[in-house]
Design a protein around this ligand. Structure first.
Ligand SMILES: [Zn+2]
Length: 65
């Protein structure tokens, strides 16, 4: 995954590079300053999704500054 993707500061969703707002929560608070990501396919069965309060399948950054 390219590092020029934008991550939402609100929900940590990894967005497409041309997104102006988060495709998950519609926040416009996006940042290129993030590290690591996890793909969550089944949030309801995933412990890390629970810890990150993720309810939608997708890619999420582990660290957002
Ligand atoms: Zn978001």
């Amino acid at each position: 995954m390219a590092s020029d993707r934008l991550v939402c500061r609100e929900c940590h969703r990894v967005n497409e590079p041309d997104n102006d707002t988060c495709e998950s929560c519609n926040s416009s608070s996006l940042t290129e300053d993030w590290a690591g990501y996890v793909v969550i396919a089944h949030p309801e069965e995933s412990q890390i999704a629970t810890e990150m309060q993720v309810t939608e399948p997708g890619a999420y950054a582990l660290k957002v500054r």
